[in-house]
Design a protein around this ligand. Structure first.
Ligand SMILES: [Zn+2]
Length: 148
């Protein structure tokens, strides 16, 4: 690295946003595109957790790891907003609720909404100064905001 790189945005070491998204290999590019489309290229941190809210709410060890990391990330990068990005056809949702329930798009949305709200409440109980935004992505990359 040469001296001319000093002072660039890469050295600012702040990220207002923390994206929490699923592991799903089908949506890696779409998730990146979504964040770029929101004007957040190089402006967010990212945690990848299987099933996002559903995974964290139902697995105590994952929850512990998430909040432990969040405390540190907030300290070092001054996080202001958490973006929870679920996706349709999620393997963890199928595993927990069964594929049949998820075939109905309205039912699928309700389940995601319910789990995301549970997780949002937990985040805000522990970190009341954060904002939490909820989204769900379809497999074609289209994203809907879930209004809490
Ligand atoms: Zn998933």
């Amino acid at each position: 690295m040469n001296a001319s790189n000093k002072g660039t945005k890469k050295h600012a070491h702040r990220a207002d946003y923390l994206l929490v998204t699923c592991i799903d290999f089908r949506l890696i590019d779409e998730v990146t595109n979504f964040m770029h489309h929101r004007g957040l290229k190089d402006k967010y941190d990212e945690l990848i957790v299987t099933g996002v809210s559903l995974g964290i709410v139902r697995h105590p060890s994952w929850k512990k790891a998430f909040f432990s990391q969040l405390a540190l990330i907030k300290k070092i990068h001054k996080t202001k907003t958490i973006i929870l990005l679920d996706h349709r056809d999620c393997g963890l949702y199928k595993h927990v609720f069964g594929s049949r329930r998820l075939r109905n798009r309205i039912e699928e949305t309700k389940l995601h909404h319910r789990e995301m709200l549970k997780f949002k409440k937990e985040i805000l109980t522990r970190c009341p100064n954060l904002r939490v935004e909820l989204f769900i992505m379809s497999l074609d990359g289209q994203v809907e905001e879930i209004k809490a």
